[in-house]
Structures are given as C-alpha cells and as structure tokens.
Write a protein of this length. Structure first.
Length: 339
C-alpha cells in the first residue's frame, strides 16, 4: 500500500518519465513547403542536446516539400493532434521560412499560442509568417537580407533591424538569413537548457559558440553574383543532378546544408535518395522522389560545420564565384571574407 502511494505521488509530480520535464519545442511547417536548413538546423541542435523534446508540426499529416532541392519531411504531429497531445501547449514554437506565408488558420493558431505566453521564434524569412499574423507589430525584428526592402514596405509597423544575427523583443526572437539558423538555435538552447548544455552540444557537433555580431547591409546582389547566377543557369548542358543517399541515422545538419547549398548553385539540383524513407539521428523522416533522375554526382554528407564543408565542396566543383554566390544566398560570413 505504501509502495502504491509513493508511485502515485511520483506519477502526480510527473517524475516517472524524465521526458515530461524537458522543454517542449514545436517546429511549424506547412504543406506548401519549408526552407530546408531553417528546419533541419534547429531540429538537429535541439534534439542532439538531449535536453529538449522537439516535434515537427504541420496542418496536415502529408509529407512537406523541403526547399530548395528535392526531398520531403514527414510531420511528427498535425496541429490538431499536437493540441490534443499537449493541451498545455509547447514552451517554444520555431517557424522556418514557409513558402505560403499567408495562412489565416495558421496565423490564428500562432496568435492563440502567443496569448498563452508561448515563446515564438522565426528563422530567416519565417519572420514574414509572424508579421502576417501581426505578432511583430511594434517590435524589433530581422529576417533574410534579400527581403528587407519588401518587408519594410509590407509591414511598416515592425522595426526591421539589420545589425544582428538574431533579435529578441519580449517573447519573440527572429533570426537573419539561412546560415543564422544554427547560431540562433544554439542561443535558444542555452535559454532552454543552460549555457553548459549549449556549449557541450556545440562541441559535439563541431559548431562554434553562437555570436549575434552581424551586418546584413553588407550583403547585396552584386554584378558578379548576378553574372554567376545567369551563367550557371543558362549553361544547362553542364547541369548536375546530385544524389544525397540517406540511411537511417543520417546527420540532419549535413543533409540540410547539402540539399540547400548545392541546389542554390544554379548548376545543380540536389535530390534526397531514401527508398521507403530514411530516419535521421534525431528522428526526422525524409523521403526522396519516387522517380529520381539519372545522377551525375553523388555526395557524401560531412558532419562538423557542414555549411562550411558544403561551400568548400561547391567551390572545388564549380569555382570560387559560385561558392560566393551560395554564401550570399545563405547570408553566410564567407561572403564578407571573400569580397
């Protein structure tokens, strides 16, 4: 009887399952598609920490196209099932860049979560989703350098900044372009689980400690970049179809960097090859195309600073100008170093 009482107390306090004590993070996606690295970097870092429970949530259960490149991710929860399973809501919602930024149902769901006090974060132009929901009005925020002019006009109630890799205003954080996803995720991990956990996770993943230092005004579409894009796109006879062969346990960071970066060369399209689907180290299931093309190049995923490794490989394959062009699109500091 005493033993039963003790067990009942443990269950009541939520100590029987350590996972219940972990902060819960929902990464929001949409059937219209989501930017690859915006999703994979926060997912990889937070799950690797072991200190955070992460769920990829969509409005439906259908696989979501990852952009750019050719791959699909399986949502782990629908918004409806997530609300039923976690009636108390998440501790944090992360919004990557979603192709359809204007979705009234999703905007209403985000506003409801914000009113409940949920911490809300956008990666890259995921900030446009928050702006559409009215969550950034009267706040400071940032996003990808290339959308700055458009969003200043579209959302004048937001104080758009260009001087930091991520900006926190109250319970909302927004990050700069694609490559800011990893440092911003590390900063969020420190907030959720402590500095020691964050630094240990970064060390295991071969990532530097996060820094907010950034100047988005230094990124611009130069004549060289436009020439590289036009030259690469028009030389169709030299285009590569690139295979990313995935097996269970693959590295999400390396996968995201490769699918994203190689497709941004305008010389190649990267395809996930995962017959029947492959599940990553952190539990993310990725599908490839049912009928992939004949591949002219196969890539090996490289762990440890995978964006930098990808950029180096792109430079070796297509030259320094293309490497810089990809870095510009990712808003990566290599663009500044190479100017």
């Amino acid at each position: 009887m005493i033993r039963g009482l003790i067990l009942a107390v443990i269950l009541t306090l939520g100590l029987a399952s350590p996972s219940l004590a972990k902060p819960l993070v929902a990464i929001l996606v949409d059937p219209s598609g989501a930017e690859t690295t915006d999703l994979t970097a926060p997912f990889a870092i937070l799950t690797e920490s072991g200190a955070v429970e992460v769920k990829v949530v969509s409005s439906t259960a259908e696989p979501v196209r990852l952009m750019p490149g050719v791959a699909w991710v399986r949502p782990q929860e629908t918004q409806a099932s997530f609300d039923r399973r976690y009636p108390g809501g998440p501790d944090m919602i992360i919004v990557p860049f979603i192709m359809d930024t204007r979705n009234p149902q999703r905007a209403a769901w985000l506003r409801t979560q914000a009113k409940r006090g949920v911490r809300i974060v956008s990666i890259c132009d995921g900030a446009l989703v928050l702006a559409e929901a009215g969550l950034l009005d009267g706040r400071q925020a940032t996003a990808h350098w290339a959308s700055h002019g458009k969003r200043v006009k579209a959302y004048p109630a937001v104080a758009w900044r260009q001087d930091a890799r991520w900006v926190t205003d109250g319970k909302i954080t927004t990050s700069a372009g694609v490559s800011a996803s990893a440092p911003a995720a590390l900063a969020l991990l420190a907030e959720l689980a402590g500095e020691e956990t964050m630094l240990g996770t970064a060390r295991r993943m071969g990532l530097p400690a996060p820094s907010r230092d950034h100047d988005a005004t230094a990124y611009r579409l130069t004549i060289e970049a436009m020439g590289t894009a036009a030259g690469n796109a028009s030389a169709f006879w030299r285009h590569d179809q690139v295979a990313l062969k995935l097996e269970d346990g693959f590295d999400e960071l390396a996968f995201g960097a490769a699918l994203d970066g190689w497709t941004r060369t305008y010389r190649a399209k990267a395809w996930a090859v995962a017959p029947g689907g492959a599940t990553s180290r952190g539990g993310l299931t990725i599908y490839g195309a049912d009928k992939p093309p004949t591949f002219s190049r196969t890539l090996k995923l490289t762990s440890g600073q995978p964006i930098e490794a990808m950029l180096e490989a792109v430079g070796e394959a297509y030259g320094e100008a293309t490497e810089r062009f990809v870095a510009l699109q990712l808003e990566h500091p290599l663009w500044l170093a190479s100017r």
